[in-house]
Design a protein around this ligand. Structure first.
Ligand code: FRU
Length: 489
């Protein structure tokens, strides 16, 4: 394995042990970033703890339609897996929502609606019913006074569906009453500061306002401040209702700043749960309309308590999450160390095996190239020497049987052993170390010695018997071989 391959393998192993992969990217486009939306974002974050496969990217448009469209378009370009959008104004933001939907991105519209049907799911409050509650509250006050009430409505952004439907619900129900109050509308644009300015201006010109219905709690608090600050009114001089039931609104009721509110759920948890169902291809509810209810001082207290408990739970959950994350990191680290350790061990074992294999291979080659030929040589040598022994034996036998024969010479041996003269010379010389004639003479001398010692034959008789050319030549040869003369036996 090359070094580069090894690094890639190691990187893959390490990547394999990284945390659970985020499978789905969700774009969240929020028209505003106020207390109500922060609550919604918190709820979404909580629910996300149950869906580790999803991660969200949130962009805030600051109440600007063009910016919100641009942000949605960038989510489309980034190919998010799902879009959650709370449109600033229905008609203005609709084109971007439609583009996302037509690009095949599932779209969940939350809280504020867009017109038409090019979206996947909707989750939001019943704004018409909010309007009915406002009218009922006005009717309730109406019963306590004899003159037709003078009501000031503080509206949210009129292009947004909650502003439209809250107004519609309220006006339609008021119109059906016996005593129809006079209703004036000013623009608060969902913001406390805008509401303060608009209400203040109105109050300075109208001294007879009995009640203010603000379309959200922040604007209700802004209106209360305007009442407090306007000459001829003063704190508590006008009935004030808000909408939302967020903690600042509830606190304002308990503090006597405003009189009541209507709940307007954000249910960010439900939005995320629906997103999970859509992404998992499971059935989901296409149009969810959330309940709304009136909140007076008693209910506000209970709700605030509940709200604080929930906040506490949320904190606990966050701590648990941080701890779980830390444990997860630690486990990941240990896993990485383990994998690296195992990889090193496996690589070491492979290296040892490769080395052993290589050494075995080398040994085999060496045996084949060096030892085997040597063994073959030895075997051949053994076989040769066996053949030589047989040859020498035969040679000695022939020579010994013909020691007294004067014709015992090289040609004779050749004919007996069926070899040529040259072959006889070479083989006898190689095996015995002497030429054939010398060999024959040596055998005759050995026999002569036996005869001289075992018989009464004279030196002369022995020399003739064994075919020496003369007794003196025999004596010379004998002395050369045995070191003494035959006569000195
Ligand atoms: C928050 C908010 C709420 C209101 C809702 C209407 O941004 O203004 O106060 O109920 O939006 O969409």
């Amino acid at each position: 394995m090359r070094k580069k391959d090894f690094i890639v393998l190691l990187a893959c192993l390490l990547a394999g042990c990284a945390g659970p992969q985020k499978q789905f990217r969700i774009g969240v486009s929020q028209c505003l970033d106020d207390a109500w939306r922060q609550k919604m974002n918190n709820e979404m974050q909580c629910e996300l703890l149950l869906h580790p496969e999803m991660e969200i990217y949130t962009r805030f448009a600051g109440g600007n339609n063009e910016l919100q469209c641009a942000q949605i378009d960038s989510f489309i370009r980034e190919r998010v897996d799902l879009l959650i959008v709370s449109p600033n104004e229905a008609e203005e933001v609709k084109p971007a929502v439609t583009r996302a939907f037509r690009a095949g991105i599932p779209v969940i519209v939350a809280d504020r609606r867009v017109t038409g049907y090019e979206w996947t799911a909707f989750i939001g409050g019943d704004n018409y019913r909010v309007g009915l509650l406002m009218a009922d509250w006005i009717g309730h006050i109406q019963r306590t006074v004899s003159h037709p009430l003078h009501v000031l409505e503080v509206s949210g952004l009129t292009g947004s569906t909650p502003a439209t439907y809250r107004h519609k619900g309220m006006m339609e129900r008021l119109a059906a009453r016996d005593t129809v109050p006079a209703v004036h509308t000013v623009m608060g644009l969902w913001q406390k500061e805008d509401a303060y300015r608009a209400v203040r201006t109105f109050l300075e010109e109208h001294s007879d306002v009995d009640a203010i219905v603000a379309q959200n709690d922040l604007m209700a608090i802004g209106a209360a401040e305007a009442v407090r600050d306007t000459k001829g009114y003063g704190p508590g001089s006008v009935y004030i209702m808000g909408v939302d039931g967020i903690s600042v609104g509830l606190q304002a009721i308990l503090d006597g700043v405003i009189n009541c509110t209507a709940t307007y759920s954000s249910r960010g948890d439900m939005v995320i749960a629906t997103a999970a169902q859509i992404l998992a291809g499971q059935p989901f509810v296409r149009d969810t309309v959330l309940e709304t209810t009136m909140v007076d001082a008693t209910a506000a207290q209970a709700m605030l308590l509940q709200y604080n408990e929930r906040m506490h739970d949320l904190e606990t959950m966050k701590i648990v999450q941080v701890r779980t994350d830390a444990m997860w990191q630690q486990t990941q680290f240990q896993r990485r160390v383990l994998i690296i350790g195992l990889t090193v061990i496996v690589l070491f074992i492979i290296a040892v095996l490769v080395l052993l294999f290589y050494m075995q291979h080398r040994l085999k080659t060496e045996i084949k190239e060096e030892v085997v030929p040597q063994l073959e040589d030895v075997q051949e040598a053994i076989q040769l020497s066996k053949r030589d022994e047989a040859f020498v034996e035969r040679l000695r036998q022939i020579v010994d049987e013909h020691l007294t024969d004067p014709n015992l010479n090289v040609e004779f041996l050749g004919s007996m052993l069926q070899l040529s003269r040259t072959q006889i010379f070479r083989r006898v010389k190689t095996i015995t170390g002497k030429g054939p004639l010398d060999y024959i003479r040596e055998r005759r001398l050995i026999r002569s010695n036996e005869l001289l010692h075992t018989t009464d034959m004279t030196v002369q008789q022995v020399a003739i018997e064994l075919c020496f050319s003369s007794p003196s030549y025999f004596s010379k040869c004998y002395k050369e071989y045995f070191g003494h003369l035959p006569s000195e036996r």
